[in-house]
Design a protein around this ligand. Sequence first.
Ligand SMILES: Cc1ncc(COP(=O)(O)O)c(C=O)c1O
Length: 484
Amino acid sequence: MTGQVRGVQLARLLGQWHALPGRRRSPDYAALAGSVRGLLADGRLPLGVRLPAERELAEALRISRTTVTAAYRQLRETGHLASRRGAGSWTMLPGNHRVASTGLWTPLDDREMLDLGVAALAAPPQLLSAARAATEDLPRYLSGAGYHPTGIIELREAVAEAYTARGLPTSADQIMVTSGTQHALDLVLRLALTPGGTVLVESPTYPNALAALAGRRARITTHGLAADAGWEPDLLLGSLRQTRPMLAYLIPEFQNPTGHLMPASLRERVVAAAHAVGTDLIIDESFVDLSMDGTEVPPPVATYDRHSRVVSIGGMSKPYWGGLRIGWVRASAPQVQRLAAVRVGVDMASPVLDQLVAVHLLADAEAIVADRRVQLAVQRDALLGALAHRLPEWRVTVPRGGVTLWAELDGPVSSALARAAEEVGVRLAPGPRFGLDGTLERFLRLPFTLPAADLVEAVGRIAAIRYDLDRAGRQRWREPSVIA
Ligand SMILES: Cc1ncc(COP(=O)(O)O)c(C=O)c1O
């Protein structure tokens, strides 16, 4: 058990639980149970938490206790709830499940599902030859113990060279190899954040970064991105000056989920403002390689750093393959040494063989990344075309890189849509996953990492259920009217 959710909290998470499509055909208890399953599926209700007592939830939802009793009974029958007399009921999941990179729980054997919850590509064809070549290299390492807390030197050199090629001179002792970018973030937070310290993040932002921050007990404050324009320079700099956070976590290149690219002028101003107020910047460069339409990427944020305020993190997952689990940190050499000291208390080092695979992929970076950009542009355009055709009321800003677009819906229905989409074989990560406090119901992240035909099929299914949602009772999703 990891905690308890109170009746009012669960009621807030459940939101419009009675407004699911088909609601008129299904009884209240079934709609309630379905909504709890939806919250579990999209990760907003964690596993192993204790649900409120039936009476408490009934009061919070202003429904009869028998409805809650019947809903809990159904959840027990479907394997989503475990109860012990006198001790309460805990959330769980039935059967075999895996956790997707968005934090969503997904069934292992669900091959029919079009998974738009994960913003990552399948492996490139070059991966197998890189893996074979890596096994040929392995004997060079076998006479040692194999622990390299900062990473094997060949990979650190290759990553350093890539930074240097981007106009940011970097030496191998400024690089630490990690097991993915997420791991890099967690290690940096262990070093740079004291519990209760304030961290500024974009809203919306990458959900697993929010999870990492919550895990380190950060106090989170947000800078809201404009749907069409991204960062509002004066507001962002104003937030830094007023909040004086310990850290700021930003994704300047093709931001996840919005796809925005931070201009050079703002990069320079952010670094200067951060230094003036004593804030350290964690710059997540996960998507930096994936520009499209000939878009030029501005210099790395760290280019403007004169005081070791900027720690950059990145990795192989987006341009190459998430299954490699290779990421890195770029920082000053002394910071890398401190990170390595933290790291030996966590996982000691990353696997040598996987690092060798990464070395071979990076040696072929130009060709692999060029293919990825072409593939992503084709898929993005297919997704945009399908949206324009099937859901013309939705508004999207065309991303010039990355792997996601951030759609503004025609109503605050993102969670209801994600729940209903699951029923027609499409997995979605609804807007609220990308923010705090259950806001962003008007938005949906759509990755274009699946083949074009799958994206078109997914949009068709989403469009069909979108109109079903309307038939299930449009009234419920009107904006609340102001009473003054
Ligand atoms: C912005 C951002 N940071 C970090 C990650 C995690 O990357 P990795 O698979 O390298 O841990 C992702 C993956 O989606 C991401 O979008």
